[in-house]
Design a protein around this ligand. Structure first.
Ligand SMILES: [Zn+2]
Length: 79
């Protein structure tokens, strides 16, 4: 199995966790969903396609914004 340059995840769920985490940690992150790669068989994040329902829910509920704020504070306090 070839190794992709992109960060890969073993399962869809792990990729979804990473997708949401990425949106919290990186303001510029534009990933909207995940897909199973034909080359490596693992899951990658992508900014193409429709927003994944789970991410949409996190965004709508304000969870992403809340966690982002918490993350910013955590970073400030740590350094
Ligand atoms: Zn791949």
């Amino acid at each position: 199995m070839p190794n992709c340059n992109k960060r890969s995840y073993l399962t869809e769920n792990l990729a979804l966790d990473a997708l949401i985490e990425a949106r919290i940690r990186f303001l510029q992150n534009s990933s909207v969903t995940v897909y199973q790669c034909e080359d490596c068989g693992q899951w990658h994040l992508t900014s193409r396609g429709n927003v994944h329902p789970r991410l949409a829910k996190e965004l709508e509920s304000g969870n992403v914004a809340k966690s982002r704020l918490a993350y910013q504070w955590e970073k400030k306090l740590r350094y």
